[in-house]
Design a protein around this ligand. Structure first.
Ligand code: 0X9
Ligand code: ZN
Ligand code: ZN
Length: 419
């Protein structure tokens, strides 16, 4: 009996020695309707290791904002007892995370190495897809390696648009800033395919791509994304090392020069929202920032894709001040989420980041906006917490289809209102 257990253990370890398992881990949702509940949540964060899913750190917990958080298996009994005794309203969003991670890959036709738009593709598969797609459509696309990551992986930008011989205004869009938000890179891949697939037949897409170029970065945080496949599905940050700390990684959406590290970010290298030792400390952020600065004159819109929460956000997030074209941004966001909802009824909220999600400085949207790109939006795709980051592959298609409508709505607006 003992021997069998041992053999089982050895087999499990040999199967994939590096990959971290999440057996028995739960995700809770607390609805803090009072200051007492907020204090209670802070107390929990002090006594147990808690991975905040939404909002993404304890600093952002406030009255009336649902808190989704993951608790490691050794703390669950304790945390659940405390929750029960508190009398506060809470639910168990995910009973056991490990099967959820396995069930996420629910596309029956999936193969590990073959690229597909309706499955989650790993980093190597995405990179091979990037190269071959651009090569197959070289009349319509070009590829730039805009930099390399901390671990030396290439970061690519794909330019898509009709070649007119003149330099065109552009819309920049990136995916995969946060490693575990897998639906985000999936959307960028979908977008590229849909753009070439509908050019010439869809009048809106044709007009957009005749007038403008799209600059798409399918995955910014390439090291983090790789790491979510090889080691830890729940990884969010980059993978850089910092002298004096054993904790790795910086939150790449707290590392931009926009009220850097003033609110909603942490200076603790072990925190999920670590802002980094200085502005643009991360090579991945530098690569994008340099690329955007270089093409600043032509870039008219900045779009960045995250998950989850179903939101369309615009500046500011580092201050409660309103953007100078707030009314226009609000109107565009409203139009975008309405067309998104028209397909499957998916409901989004929208507004300035600071009041719609939380104050959080150092984000790419605010940085791009302050650089002078006056249409700047962050999308938080599906869902609202049923699956969270583990959105099943069967939802990739509907999610991408509806998001496509919103992105096209914004791109069409920008095309018709060039400045
Ligand atoms: O906190 C973030 O970086 C984004 N949410 S996520 O859950 N995907 O991490 C929201 C970003 C909103 N914009 C800024 N904070 N600038
Ligand atoms: Zn260029
Ligand atoms: Zn994110």
């Amino acid at each position: 009996m003992k021997l069998l257990c041992l053999l089982g253990l050895v087999a499990a370890v040999l199967a994939d020695p590096a990959i971290q398992r999440f057996d028995g881990e739960k995700v809770f949702r607390l609805k803090p309707t009072s200051e007492r509940a907020v204090w209670f949540m802070r107390g929990l964060a002090d006594i147990a290791t808690i991975d905040f899913w939404r909002p993404d750190s304890i600093d952002q917990v406030a009255v009336d904002i649902d808190v989704d958080f993951r608790v490691g298996v050794k703390d669950i009994a304790k945390i659940q007892d405390l929750l029960d005794e508190s009398g506060l309203e809470y639910e168990v969003l995910i009973e056991d995370l490990q099967p959820m991670i396995e069930q996420q890959l629910d596309n029956k036709e999936r193969s590990a190495t073959q690229h597909s738009y309706i499955k989650y593709n790993d980093m190597d598969t995405i990179n091979a897809w990037i190269t071959s797609t651009v090569a197959r459509n070289s009349n319509f696309m070009s590829l730039t390696e805009i930099g390399t990551s901390y671990e030396g992986r290439p970061i690519y930008a794909i330019k898509i648009g009709a070649k007119t011989g003149r330099s065109k205004p552009a819309i920049f869009m990136d995916c995969g800033i946060h490693a575990r938000e897998w639906i985000s890179p999936a959307f960028c891949q979908w977008f590229v395919q849909e753009a070439i697939g509908t050019y010439g037949s869809d009048p809106t897409m044709t007009n957009i791509l005749d007038t403008m170029d799209f600059l798409v970065v399918p995955v910014i945080n390439v090291d983090g994304y790789s790491y979510t496949w090889s080691n830890n599905r729940m990884w969010r940050k980059t993978r850089s090392r910092k002298p004096g700390s054993n904790c790795r990684g910086v939150d790449p959406n707290r590392n931009w020069d926009a009220g850097w590290c003033t609110v909603g970010a942490s200076s603790n290298p072990c925190a999920e929202t670590y802002c980094g030792p200085q502005v643009e400390s991360e090579k991945e952020v530098q690569a994008i920032a340099n690329f955007i600065r270089l093409h600043k004159k032509s870039i008219k819109a900045y779009l960045t894709i995250h998950s989850y929460s179903q939101m369309c956000l615009f500046p500011y997030s580092y201050t409660y001040d309103l953007a100078s074209n707030h009314n226009e941004l609000n109107k565009i966001a409203k139009g975008a989420i309405n067309t998104l909802a028209s397909l499957y009824g998916t409901q989004y909220t929208y507004g300035p980041g600071a009041t719609t999600i939380y104050l959080a400085a150092g984000g790419s949207d605010d940085w791009a906006y302050d650089l002078g790109i006056k249409y700047s939006f962050t999308f938080e795709l599906r869902d609202t917490g049923r699956y969270g980051f583990m959105l099943p592959e069967s939802q990739i298609k509907p999610t991408c289809e509806e998001t496509m409508l919103a992105i096209k709505y914004i791109a069409n607006y920008v095309t018709n209102n060039l400045y």
